[in-house]
Design a protein around this ligand. Structure first.
Ligand code: DX5
Ligand code: ZN
Length: 224
């Protein structure tokens, strides 16, 4: 079985103590830190920008996984790269040239990801697989933490797992398969079973008292 990585979403953290929260989840075993960037235009909520990403960068050494929910995204890719993002993911709907956006991210020396909204088909990514280090399946509509998991997305995760495995078998580079939205100890095993290998979780980690216990439980290595 493939290793499962956990990426806590900072959106559910205490925003008055963000540095401390980042250090706490890193110490609790988080593999990546997921940072949700919202512009109040592409999604109906506003979060934070590159200035905050930069300020948090010195609080942990784990990869910063930046999920852009902004349109257009291209004018801001360089700022997020300079702020310390390791992975930068964007939605195909954020601009007319997904292929070019992914090339730009790679050209900045960062890993690139494509995010599929619940209504966005797998076909949106199949012609840019060679430029993807990550594919993220949204299991809620983006914009807010704490929403219920959409089981309708499990088939998409399974289809992407088959697509990625075929790509790698044909000599392609590895691609992480991530799920974001409503991931809990109940829904995480269904995502893993369908083929996901990186789970994003906001409220299921920051909304609970023991971060290490919650991360281990989501990974499937917690005490029963
Ligand atoms: C939603 C964000 C998610 C969100 C997940 O737009 O992309 O990363 O923070 O929150 P939970 O885990 O609470 O559903
Ligand atoms: Zn996210």
């Amino acid at each position: 079985s493939r290793p499962i990585r956990i990426a806590p979403s900072l959106l559910a953290a205490d925003f008055a103590r963000l540095g401390e929260e980042v250090r706490a989840v890193a110490a609790a075993g988080a593999d990546w830190l997921h940072l949700d960037i919202m512009d109040g235009h592409f999604v109906p909520n506003i979060s934070f920008g590159p200035v905050l990403v930069r300020a948090l960068r010195r609080h942990a050494d784990i990869p910063f996984d930046v999920h852009l929910m902004i349109a257009p995204a291209d004018p801001y890719l360089e700022a997020f790269a300079a702020a310390g993002a390791d992975l930068i993911s964007l939605h195909p709907e954020a601009g007319p040239h997904l292929h070019r956006s992914l090339q730009t991210i790679r050209g900045l020396g960062k890993r690139a990801g494509v995010v599929l909204n619940p209504a966005t088909p797998v076909a949106a990514v199949e012609n840019v697989l060679d430029l993807c280090d990550l594919i993220l399946v949204m299991s809620v509509n983006p914009g807010f933490g704490g929403q219920s998991f959409l089981g309708s997305q499990l088939g998409k995760i399974a289809a992407l797992r088959r697509m990625i495995d075929a790509h790698v078998a044909a000599g392609g580079q590895p691609i992480a398969l991530q799920v974001d939205g409503g991931v809990t100890v109940e829904t995480a095993p269904r995502c893993i079973e369908a083929g996901a290998d990186v789970l994003v979780a906001g409220t299921a980690i920051f909304g609970r008292p023991d971060y290490a216990e919650s991360i281990a439980a989501l990974r499937g290595t917690g005490r029963a």
